[in-house]
Ligand binder design. Structure first.
Ligand SMILES: Nc1ncnc2c1ncn2[C@@H]1O[C@H](COP(=O)(O)OP(=O)(O)O)[C@@H](O)[C@H]1O
Ligand SMILES: [Mg+2]
Length: 247
């Protein structure tokens, strides 16, 4: 009762709005519709694993969430506010931060220069470096090294550092496991899991469900441009491995 109501909120009930929400979202590449009415919600303090086979629309969903692909129908909401048409830079200022598929780092720049790129959001290089090297001491040792010459795990650490430098509230992660050895994947997801303790909420797309299960609070199964089921991560993973990935 008596909770402040903002004029843009459009969520039924008394529940606080999810940090990030897609409501019946459709999106296309040119004339080809790829998302056919996606519904998904990310609650504060949670890790939602977006699972499903290749081509299901996971990356496209994250592109919509980060503002690089427009919503053609339905609504993208951040903390209850409709943000359809808001561009990626503005969404980043609202606290939605992305690590794209392939990590989005510059291989021909050094670690330090890659961090410098993130100063565009208003954080100083000094602060970015301090946070990055404290979290990942190996990056401190490699600060003058070209990012492309580092291991996949180190590059992912750099991508994470750059993303976290902007102090986001929502982190969008696409295929963290890509190109990494299984042991490194486990390590990276350990690190990601600890970010939730620092107050972050995370939407992570993964084709290889098992990697993300230990840290996921819920899972959404995405098939052919729709979220067809949301539930307990282990149940969804079981369904995935028996029904869609052939065992
Ligand atoms: N840039 C693009 N142009 C046209 N079609 C695309 C593009 N990227 C992805 N698609 C298509 O959109 C569908 C969903 O792809 P994507 O979102 O990458 O799925 P996932 O990440 O789950 O593998 C696929 O059919 C894919 O071929
Ligand atoms: Mg993908």
């Amino acid at each position: 009762m008596n909770a402040p109501v903002t004029d843009l909120v459009d969520v039924p009930g008394d529940e606080p709005a999810p940090l990030l929400e897609l409501v019946d979202v459709r999106a296309s590449y040119g004339p080809i519709e790829v998302l056919h009415g996606v519904n998904l919600a990310l609650q504060p303090g949670s890790v939602v694993a977006l699972l499903g086979p290749n081509g299901g629309g996971k990356t496209t969903t994250l592109r919509v969430c980060s503002g690089v692909l427009p919503v053609e129908h339905g609504e993208l909401r951040v903390a209850g506010r409709v943000v359809n048409g808001v561009d990626a830079a503005a969404l980043a200022r609202l606290g939605v931060c992305t690590i794209p598929e392939g990590r989005g780092i510059f291989p021909n720049l050094t670690v330090r220069e890659n961090l410098w790129v993130a100063t565009g959001t208003g954080v100083s290089l000094k602060d970015l470096e301090a946070v990055a090297y404290e979290r990942f001491p190996i990056l401190g040792k490699r600060r003058g090294q070209l990012a492309g010459s580092m291991s996949g795990g180190e590059q992912q650490m750099l991508a994470l550092s750059r993303a976290l430098g902007t102090d986001p509230t929502v982190l969008l992660l696409d295929e963290l496991s890509m190109g990494l050895a299984p042991r490194i994947v486990t390590e990276m997801y350990d690190i990601v899991g600890r970010l939730v303790d620092d107050g972050l909420s995370i939407l992570v797309a993964e084709q290889f469900a098992r990697a993300v299960l230990p840290i996921a609070t819920s899972a959404a199964l995405m098939l052919q441009g729709r979220v067809v089921r949301v539930g307990d991560p282990a149940d969804i993973e079981h369904e995935l491995s028996t029904s869609y990935l052939g065992g």
